[in-house]
Design a protein around this ligand. Structure first.
Ligand SMILES: N[C@@H](CCC(=O)N[C@@H](CS)C(=O)NCC(=O)O)C(=O)O
Length: 201
């Protein structure tokens, strides 16, 4: 199994899950600007959508999209406890969080990464994200992790919330999130993923 990733991008979530679940896997970096893999291949031949994460199985098939990859990895190592059993209400709670993280947080950061985004749009996006952070605080104020024990949703949330610091949000406004980020970052497998991507502090 191989994960195509870009350091600090949303692919970090799958990277953390691979380690937390105890998979043996390879990593290959992708240059998202040139769409070239570290091995010198055209990344769009692998994923015509041109973005990470891409999980490639040993038979060559690929799986894309964070939510699909994260759930696949959890379901194929059920003993890891990274996702509740499919069909239970708890599982749909997890999917509810994954959808929220993907559409309401991850994708709302997009315009902030583009240098030509007008300042007014930038501020509007930051205002939307601030509301999403407030909502997350409501859940985390009385819980160590989003749905009980550490799950794939925490790997994904941690990954996208790292960008808030890069985008100069004043995180002192959300001390519960700061504590949560410190808690997740202290997990040995999360530290290992950050180190492997060259992101360790
Ligand atoms: N819908 C996709 C979005 C993935 C995505 O946004 N990937 C970003 C990095 S976080 C990327 O590779 N962007 C490069 C590009 O789109 O050219 C998913 O959830 O997996």
């Amino acid at each position: 199994m191989k994960l195509y990733y870009s350091p600090g991008a949303c692919s970090l979530a799958a990277h953390i899950i691979l380690r937390e679940a105890g998979y043996s896997f390879d990593l290959e970096k992708v240059d998202l600007a040139t769409k070239t893999t570290a091995g010198g291949h055209d990344f769009t031949a692998l994923n015509p959508k041109g973005y990470v994460p891409v999980l490639q199985f040993d038979d060559g098939q690929v799986l894309t999209e964070n939510i699909a990859i994260d759930e696949y990895l959890a379901d194929h190592k059920p003993e890891s406890g990274l996702a509740p059993i499919a069909g239970t209400l708890e599982r749909y709670r997890l999917v509810e969080w994954l959808a929220f993280i993907s559409t309401e947080i991850h994708k709302q950061f997009g315009p902030l990464f583009k240098p030509d985004t007008p300042d007014a749009t930038r501020q509007a996006q930051k205002d939307v994200l601030a509301k999403r952070f407030d909502y997350v605080v409501g859940q985390l104020a009385n819980h160590q992790y989003l749905t009980g024990d550490f799950s794939v949703a925490d790997a994904y949330l941690f990954t996208v919330l790292r960008w808030a610091v890069m985008m100069k949000f004043d995180m002192k406004r959300w001390p519960v999130i700061e504590t949560y980020m410190t808690r997740v970052a202290a997990r040995p497998q999360v530290r290992a993923a950050l180190e492997a991507e060259g992101l360790a502090a």
